[in-house]
Design a protein around this ligand. Structure first.
Ligand SMILES: Cc1ncc(COP(=O)(O)O)c(C=O)c1O
Length: 387
């Protein structure tokens, strides 16, 4: 650490377990072994063909300069149509703001809706990025427990256990790392409770579209109240993670302040991605093909994992993750993940990133990759567990 005034600010520098694990995997690869990455949080496919064509056409006919901070009107209108087509919900295009991924949407929501020091509840297990972002942005993250019996989705009872007042609450359905979904009635209850208590509810719907069964139908929280902020993205179902594009649905009175913030922080979301995304929304056949593969991969894991001792989880309804309780296999899931990587060349994500309390007893497997890789990983893990 330098002894001058020049040093990294206290806002950044959150260590990532994921990065530590990747560098261990590279060492295994350096010895000539192929590692199967079951820790990834993104599709293994590229953008749909229609989006790629659209981007080429747009670059032929436009300079692709700055757009309006809230995004191009055509995309806002296309997303609005999607709410009508997919959920039967009317959302005024003026309430939709295009952002720099769901990450950008969440940053805008946190800065735009809460003052420094506000307390935002985060059900654990959670997507770790949000916890770290809160620390950086000066709001307090208040993690609270959910239960496997409620599929790790927060109930009003869970929220009532939180000590002290909270100003906001973030939840995701389907969730990361669990892939489980919140039933409609539970979401309605949560929404009513938060309205009554004046808790700002933020619904992360980034895994919408990647839903496997009718057991828990996909539900957008915007159907319950215009006050709920919805964040979503082209990174997962649309298979466009690196295009860095997402959106938020806002109450009308927040559109202008949030757009001003976006303008001041980064001017506008990326123009090429916006033109591509406009057409990605018409590529459902191709994209649904990826969902069929995720489902097939999930079914392989659900059939084979219990035989290896990975038998404690809430079966995922969507997304591409399986979050397993492994305390009976090892006291520390980070160490367990390292031993598995070194023992059979399969990398999974230790749970410590996802929960401050119980993470060290869990491990997350991603099945976003090819079915061949999932099958190979299962074969390797079976051999390793039965050694
Ligand atoms: C639940 C959840 N929300 C948000 C994000 C961030 O996504 P984006 O690529 O849209 O910024 C992720 C990424 O993995 C996620 O899992």
């Amino acid at each position: 650490m330098p002894t001058t005034r020049f040093h990294p600010s206290r806002r950044g520098a959150t260590p990532s377990v994921a990065e530590q694990m990747r560098s261990r995997a590279r060492k295994v690869e350096a010895k000539g072994e192929k590692v199967i990455y079951l820790q990834v949080g993104q599709p293994s496919t590229g953008a749909p063909a229609g989006a790629i064509d659209a981007i080429h056409r747009a670059s032929d006919t436009s300079i692709l300069g700055y757009t309006s901070a809230a995004g191009i009107p055509e995309l806002r209108a296309r997303i609005s149509k999607n709410y009508q087509d997919q959920y039967g919900v009317t959302v005024d295009p003026e309430r939709i703001v295009i952002t720099f991924g769901a990450s950008g949407a969440m940053i805008l929501a946190l800065i735009g809706c809460f003052d420094a020091g506000a307390r935002i509840a985060l059900p654990q297990p959670f997507y770790y990025g949000y916890r770290h972002a809160m620390g950086t942005l000066g709001v307090e993250c208040v993690p609270f427990d959910t239960s496997m019996e409620s599929h790790f989705q927060p109930t009003v009872d869970d929220i009532e256990q939180i000590e002290g007042e909270i100003d906001g609450l973030i939840f995701a359905s389907p969730g990361n790392p669990t892939g489980s979904m919140m039933p409609r009635e539970q979401m309605q209850e949560l929404s009513d409770y938060c309205q009554r208590k004046e808790i700002r509810l933020i619904s992360d719907e980034i895994y919408h579209g990647i839903v496997f069964d009718d057991e828990v139908p996909q539900q957008t929280a915007t159907a319950f109240s215009d006050e709920i902020i919805v964040v979503n993205s082209f990174s997962k179902y649309y298979s466009m993670a690196g295009w860095r594009l997402g959106w938020m649905v806002l109450p009308e009175y927040l559109v202008e302040p949030i757009s001003n913030l976006a303008h001041n922080l980064y001017l506008c979301p990326p123009a090429p991605s916006q033109y591509g995304a406009l057409h990605a929304m018409d590529c459902r056949e191709e994209l649904d093909g990826h969902v069929d593969r995720y489902k097939k991969n999930r079914d392989i894991l659900l059939a084979k994992m219990p035989e290896m001792g990975f038998d404690r989880y809430s079966a995922p309804h969507g997304a591409f993750y399986l979050y397993c309780h492994v305390k009976h296999l090892h006291e520390d899931s980070l160490q367990f993940a390292i031993e598995m990587l070194e023992g059979c060349g399969v990398l999974a994500a230790p749970g410590s990133d996802f929960s401050v309390r119980h993470g060290h007893h869990y491990i997350r497997f991603s099945y976003a990759g090819s079915t061949a890789d999932v099958e190979e990983a299962v074969a390797r893990m079976t051999k390793w567990r039965n050694r």
